[in-house]
Design a protein. Sequence first.
Length: 301
Amino acid sequence: MLKIPDTIALLKNFFIHLRLKFSLFLAPIYLYGIIIGNGNIFTLEFLIQFISLHVFLYGGVFALNDYYDRDEGGPIGGLQNPPLVKGHSLFYLAWLWKLIGLYLSVVYSSSVHFVLSYVVCILMSVAYSHPKIRLKGNPFWSTLIAVLLQGFLIYYSGAVLSNSNVFELSPLKFWMGAFVIILLTLGSYPLSQVYQIEQDNRQGDRTLAIYLGVEKTFQFASFCLLISGTLNSILIGYYYHWWEGVIIIISSFLFQYDIQKWKNKFERQTVLENFNSLHRLFSIQTVFPFMFCVGHLLHIL
């Protein structure tokens, strides 16, 4: 039987494994979907769905992935020093956490499709990490799972499943927004792996960053993110305000400059320094889209 100090330490490590701060990097994807779908954030249902996805789903997914990976040799996405994984408590807590989110979705969401999407995301997260399936170890399948799990399905949940105006949503507008998110996720995903190449090699995972190599990873990410930013500029400039489109394309080029700066010093930096460079980059990538989304959803813009 666990003593109280051991229980506190166990729960503390569990909450670290949830990587809730890292989940905030993904929040603009759902909010962007709400904007594209002309949804309403001033409802209890929106709040529950947001919490279900970004606290319970993502948190449980990250924790379960940490249970299977058992990374101890350095930083991973969202964690500079991942806690040591002992026994099976993290496995059970991760599943409990995801099931709490599922319960909230079932009880408080009026959309059966939202609940089904949540279940699909859970199943994909298992296929991504479980050692007997381990799609994470394949560059194509792992990328496809990331694009669907962290990109399209979350955008879809915001644009289509969380509002009652879905029949008024233009297919062109929806799919333009979808490709903005798909390309954004596709470009960001290998950047989150590039500083972990040695560690992933030791674990036998052939990630997209390993498949491409450092140089081509940066080139691939830059291309995807530039096309995503350009497409987003056209979409927002056309459907909302032209000056927002101009700001977005300028911001996209400035972001390219930041990626190039990191690329130029990548080989000279340690794993920890590259980890910090990535998170500075992701912080920039999150703050401005988050401000844009909040501005639209509060009808300031």
